[in-house]
Design a protein around this ligand. Structure first.
Ligand SMILES: [Zn+2]
Length: 340
């Protein structure tokens, strides 16, 4: 006997035109015995050209991407497209509804849930649909993240320094077309469960972003993200028009030394902000122990010279928390050649 899939698109994802709908995710819990989670999805298709997927809300407390994805659906029309654009503005809808990094239903981090599963819970179901159904059809994937509640980034792209030279060159060209002031190249995917890792497995050109954070909307990050998204869609041939010639500056975070971690529990007083250039040995801030007023604050130091990509926004810290994240310079030629 045939079983009904647990996740079904409410719209045709292929034909020309603009359609707005959702993925009907069948789910039964204490709220709904026979309910669905309507994960929003839209398609804007104008021709037989390349196909791109733009995702936001993989983490539910990262907001710039939600606005950019919603604007794409509202402002782009099939007449402007050479190809097909699929947009998922709240990919992990339960997390977005809860304003939370992870889903409150299954406690899963979607960026650790790929390749997913069609029976493990909502987060794994959505990840499974994206990896098995959508990614194999894509020429480009753009996954819009920000720093979330806990941290804030200097608006930047993120790309994985993996694969052969041809694949890397494609990814690098996409980074320049997005044109964020900085792009962080990461030597390995942080997890085989990330959306980036899913695209690496399929050799699909993919960049992610970190567009701000701190549980708010940053105007500069929004502007960089919006312009970058349109330019990248033009560069990839999905959207009509000649792309602007934009460039990004690559940095990398080659080791744990690029992270400044909290060495004690307490309140972190930061001396730096994202985008600042810092030197090895400089102080990143100090942590005030709050449970023993006789103890002196403990200084946190940078151990590499580079650009501050990200800072923690929540001052109360626990030993082991990341306080700052530094990127060191990387040449384009080095990025491409290492894949040979
Ligand atoms: Zn994220």
């Amino acid at each position: 006997m045939a079983t009904t899939p647990l996740l079904l698109p409410s719209i045709d994802l292929y034909g020309p035109g603009k359609r707005i709908g959702h993925l009907d995710l069948s789910w039964s819990d204490d709220r709904h015995a026979y309910g669905v989670i309507p994960v929003p999805i839209a398609v804007i298709s104008g021709g037989s050209g390349p196909t791109a997927l733009v995702t936001a809300g993989v983490h539910g407390d990262e907001y710039e991407g939600l606005v950019i994805a919603r604007r794409l659906i509202r402002e782009l029309d099939p007449g402007q497209m050479n190809g097909r654009l699929i947009v998922m503005p709240a990919a992990n809808l339960p997390a977005v509804r809860a304003r939370s990094r992870i889903s409150p239903i299954d406690r899963q981090n979607m960026n650790r849930a790929f390749p997913g599963d069609d029976g493990l819970g909502p987060t794994a179901l959505i990840a499974h649909f994206i990896e098995k159904r959508l990614i194999p059809e894509m020429d480009l994937v753009l996954d819009l993240h920000s720093g979330g509640t806990q941290s804030i980034y200097d608006p930047c792209g993120y790309v994985y320094e993996m694969g052969d030279a041809e694949f890397r060159a494609r990814k690098l060209a996409a980074c320049h077309a997005f044109g964020a002031p900085l792009t962080a190249a990461v030597a390995t995917t942080s997890s085989s469960g990330s959306l980036s890792a899913a695209c690496e497995r399929a050799r699909v050109t993919m960049i992610a972003t970190e567009l701000g954070g701190g549980a708010k909307l940053d105007l500069r990050a929004l502007e960089i993200g919006w312009r970058g998204t349109l330019n990248l869609l033009r560069h990839s041939g999905v959207l009509q028009g000649i792309p602007e010639k934009t460039v990004t500056r690559l940095v990398r975070t080659p080791s744990r030394e690029c992270f400044v971690m909290a060495s004690i529990d307490g309140m972190f007083e930061s001396y730096v902000s994202p985008g600042m250039i810092v030197e090895a040995g400089a102080h990143a801030g100090r942590i005030w122990p709050m449970d023993d007023l006789s103890r002196e604050p403990v200084e946190a130091q940078f151990t590499v010279t580079g650009t501050v990509l990200c800072c923690r926004t929540m001052p109360m810290v626990t030993r082991g928390d990341t306080l700052c994240h530094v990127g060191t310079p990387l040449d384009d030629s080095e990025f491409v050649k290492e894949g040979a």
